[in-house]
Design a protein. Structure first.
Length: 176
């Protein structure tokens, strides 16, 4: 699950500029139609919206996709953690019930199951904390980007598709 999510984010990041270059200059969506203050408000609502509104399609798309992915994995791992916590409590109660009677072999087997459940619970908690931290880190970077870094500055290098008589071509433009 995590590998698929990371792969999807990398594909979005890798193709973000290509997708941005394919939308031609004749469309109004490429123009900056919101003020910096409006972009700040949009970014405070959800990471990447301010960047998308100011025309930074690649960065905005990557932030939106990343935040959605991080939040989905965090919510999933949170639900998994709660389930594993309940299973651990049941196994713990079963183990403590063996103190009042039962064989050593059954108690040892219950202890191993309890230990395995605790390891699973710890892994689930680590995953939950990690993706929660990644989500917060991306949100924080989003705010820093929209508030202090000039996200609306023109790109120095752009790649644009061009239709030629002999087929489709790409034009690389560098500004100095």
């Amino acid at each position: 699950m995590t590998r698929i999510l990371v792969s999807a984010i990398l594909v979005v990041l890798a193709t973000g500029e290509i997708l941005c270059a394919q939308s031609g200059g004749r469309f109004r969506s490429r123009e900056e139609s919101v003020s910096k203050r409006q972009a700040q408000i949009l970014s405070a609502i959800f990471p990447g919206l301010g960047q998308l509104a100011t025309g930074q399609r690649g960065r905005g798309t990557a932030m939106v996709a990343g935040e959605v992915g991080f939040v989905v994995v965090w919510l999933t791992s949170h639900a998994d953690y709660n389930t594993r916590k309940e299973q651990f409590a049941i196994e713990e109660a079963r183990y403590f019930d063996l103190q009042n009677g039962g064989s050593f072999v059954v108690a040892e087997e219950s202890w191993q199951q309890l230990k395995d459940k605790k390891d699973d619970l710890d892994r689930s908690h680590t995953l939950r904390v990690a993706f929660g931290a990644l989500s917060i880190a991306l949100y924080t970077y989003n705010l820093v980007d929209v508030l202090w870094l000039d996200g609306a500055s023109p790109k120095r290098v752009t790649l644009a598709p061009v239709m030629r008589p002999d087929g489709l071509a790409a034009v690389l433009v560098a500004r100095f």
